[in-house]
Design a protein around this ligand. Structure first.
Ligand SMILES: [Zn+2]
Length: 283
């Protein structure tokens, strides 16, 4: 019969083992913060959560534009600020782009460059193992009166709908307007994303107050903070929403958007405000 293991261990080895046990204990204590359940840290409510932020358009695709202001620039600026906000809350944030580029090289199966660009955004979000996909956009309309932030979700995703309502609740404080709503839409990115996904139209370039928010550094910071707050609330166990913040299904939205061949949203043709009569908007 073999002697018990403890007798086989010399004093020297015992000391070594003791040091190892103490060292491992210290390591476990040091890493206990990382080991906590996601969202359980008050100072870092998004610890362990993964959010993918998608700045809409980029490269040869400016998105909506009015005079020299382009949607692709605004969406990237706010995305970088949003990543900072979420990072400060402990979240792990991935951006689909951090420069003025389009993403069609990441797409695989779609026929058109635009389709592959949209597909690339979804595939990137999946490769990052994102829990949420938040795509940032800027709106435009033929009427200068139409204004306000909007959030779109796929009608087949209840979680996306909850996320949309949570973001809208704060976004409407920054870009209030008659179009404020969380609405269902069959946009490609929303339809194809495997995780809860929303498309945030932060405001209208063609609306004076919205545009002032969209183009100013302070306004962009407020937009990022509002969207981050909505994401944080959604991720921290679904806070109850006030009646006026609940989304209404079935509200018409096609008056604003033409659905492209790939199901992406298109900007309406809008008039340049400094050069009346010229068409500056486009798909
Ligand atoms: Zn857009």
């Amino acid at each position: 019969m073999r002697p018990p293991l403890i007798f086989a261990v010399s004093i020297r080895r015992f000391r070594l083992a003791l040091i190892l046990v103490i060292a491992l204990g210290t390591l476990a204590l040091a890493s206990s913060k990382e080991a906590r359940a996601p969202g359980s840290d008050e100072a870092f409510p998004l610890l362990g959560r993964i959010v993918v932020v998608d700045p809409g358009h980029g490269g040869i695709d400016p998105g909506c534009h009015l005079d020299d202001v382009t949607e692709k620039e605004i969406s990237l600026s706010v995305a970088l600020l949003l990543a900072e906000e979420l990072g400060n809350l402990g979240g792990k944030v991935f951006l689909t782009r951090t420069a003025d580029v389009e993403l069609s090289s990441f797409g695989r199966s779609m026929r058109t460059r635009h389709g592959r660009d949209l597909e690339g955004r979804v595939l990137l979000a999946e490769s990052y193992k994102g829990e949420l996909l938040v795509s940032l956009h800027v709106n435009a309309a033929n009427s200068e009166k139409m204004g306000g932030g909007m959030v779109f979700y796929h009608p087949g995703s209840f979680e996306s709908r909850k996320l949309a309502a949570s973001i809208l609740k704060h976004l409407r404080e920054v870009t209030p307007g008659d179009q404020n709503a969380a609405l269902p839409a069959d946009f490609f990115v929303l339809r194809r994303a495997a995780m809860p996904a929303v498309l945030v139209e932060m405001g209208f370039l063609t609306h004076r107050q919205d545009r002032a928010v969209l183009v100013s550094p302070q306004g962009q910071k407020r937009l990022a903070a509002a969207i981050a707050r909505g994401i944080e609330e959604y991720l921290s166990v679904d806070p109850p929403l006030a009646q006026e913040d609940r989304v209404e299904a079935g509200v018409p939205f096609l008056h604003l958007y033409g659905l492209g061949t790939d199901g992406a949203h298109e900007c309406p043709l809008i008039l340049s405000q400094s050069q009346p009569g010229s068409q500056v908007g486009g798909p």
